[in-house]
Design a protein around this ligand. Structure first.
Ligand code: UDX
Length: 431
């Protein structure tokens, strides 16, 4: 089928590329000229393993093109996917400015009946409102299908080709049949629902996973207090298939573009409908505390941090991405700046994004050795393979004091080395 995907951010680009790869003819559209120019040269504006190879392959097979919004005639397509951002507004709700702009654009430039597929995460009621706006005073019939995405950054290419479910929300059977046919090559179970259920499935899934992480982090605090080990506790719990072993990894909490934004938006939706969402509110609170936990360890060890060289290993909110949105690193850096520490940072991909926020306030290291040189504490923020693979000797050789505060349980082997002081989340004291 001929498909247009509007928005070449994370969701739009991965969606567009995957639809092309399964055989559809896809036009990815964006208003950002710089992004479109880059994409035409097979350069991805986001770091995602494997995406540039897929862009090149599909462009060369004439299944994928990139265009500026003003160059597109929307009437040529069988379906239009909406994949523009819905960032968090100051009050915690989702900001629908981009969605509303696209709706106006489609109305002006689509002169036939059309199926609109919403990939963006939108609050309950939005798909109904998009459909209503599109059909208001229109000569054509616009049918909206809500089709939320569940991609994880860093493994989005793997996820997009092996989805565990496809959620399709609409009351229009013909439109549902069509979008199911588009997705048929993915061979995933399809759940059909109305708009509201599809919208809630997305928020409820992300909030559940975020809550699971905060739950194990709360248990981690308890483990530290009573002398248990959260890694073992997590393994013991996860073997129960009703609980499952995924998203039970204790650490310095969740960040990224989805969990913080979606948990906050869900509590707002609940508030608007007079429904208690205290479980999710607690999950948010636990996460805020966990993100700065390493700083509290540091405060106990160094009551005065001014002038001390502290090394941050990893900055991205998780490995295999350069994304730093709501990353623990940002909050930790701000706390350390308040304490006037000398902060040296290293990340294989995310350094430039952090530099854009903190500029000259930090020292940006090209490699791990430089970052650790003469340091008085190393904070492990992101469990990149390269960071998990650091030889313990490097800490002893380079640092003034071989002290590791590990926010991700990435260097547990350090517990066996008597020359290293090591503390991690969910385990009492320093080894
Ligand atoms: C998430 C959802 O997994 C995905 O389905 C949704 O569409 C978008 O949001 P993403 O944010 O890319 O994906 O990353 P994910 O792998 O889910 O990790 C989110 C955060 O939770 C990261 O900061 C990660 O470090 C943290 N996390 C994850 C934990 O602290 N412990 C865990 O056990 C799992």
């Amino acid at each position: 089928m001929e498909i247009s995907v509007i928005g070449t951010g994370y969701v739009g680009l991965v969606t567009g590329v995957s639809l092309a790869q399964i055989g559809h003819t896809v036009t990815c559209v964006d208003n950002n000229e710089e992004k479109i120019t880059k994409l035409k040269q097979f350069k991805s504006p986001i770091y995602e393993p494997g995406i540039e190879e897929l862009i090149e392959e599909n462009v060369e097979q004439n299944r994928l093109t990139f265009k500026l919004g003003q160059e597109v005639d929307y009437s040529q397509f069988d379906a239009i996917y909406l994949a523009v951002g819905t960032p968090q507004s100051e009050d915690g709700t989702a900001d629908l400015t981009f969605i509303n702009q696209v709706v106006i654009d489609i109305k002006n430039k689509c002169h036939q009946d059309m199926v609109i597929v919403t990939k963006s995460t939108v609050p309950v009621g939005t798909n109904a409102s998009i459909e209503q706006k599109l059909n208001e005073d229109s000569d054509y019939k616009f049918t909206v299908v809500s089709n939320p995405e569940f991609l994880r950054e860093g493994s989005a290419i793997e996820d997009v080709f092996h989805p565990e479910r496809i959620i399709l929300g609409s009351d229009d059977e013909a439109a549902l049949d069509m979008v199911e046919e588009i997705n048929e090559p993915f061979h995933a179970p399809v759940v059909r629902s109305n708009f509201e259920s599809a919208e809630i499935i997305k928020y409820a899934s992300n909030a559940f996973l975020a809550t699971k992480i905060s739950y194990i982090n709360m248990i981690a605090d308890l483990c530290e207090a009573v002398g248990a080990d959260v890694q073992t506790v997590s393994r013991g719990m996860g073997l129960d298939s009703r609980i499952g072993n995924k998203f039970l990894k204790a650490g310095i909490g969740y960040g990224g573009s989805c969990f913080p934004k979606d948990t906050s938006a869900l509590t707002k939706i609940a508030e608007q409908h007079d429904v208690d969402s205290s479980i999710i509110k607690s999950a948010i609170k636990v996460n805020q505390d966990e993100q700065v936990k390493l700083v509290s360890y540091l405060d106990d060890i160094y009551p005065a941090l001014a002038g001390k060289k502290i090394s941050l290993l990893g900055l991205a909110f998780k490995p295999e991405t350069d994304d730093i949105r709501d990353a623990a690193s940002i909050r930790i850096i701000n706390e350390l700046l308040d304490r006037k520490a000398k902060i040296h940072v290293y990340d294989p991909e995310a350094t430039n994004n952090i530099r854009n926020i903190f500029g000259g306030k930090l020292t940006y290291s090209e490699n791990i050795s430089d970052c650790l040189q003469d340091s008085e504490a190393a904070l492990v923020i992101t469990e990149w393979k390269e960071i998990k693979g650091i030889q313990l000797q490097t800490f002893k050789d380079k640092m003034r004091r071989a002290l590791i505060l590990d926010g991700r349980g990435a260097l547990l082997n350090a517990t066996d080395d008597p020359e290293i002081e090591y503390q991690t989340i969910g385990r009492r004291g320093i080894n």
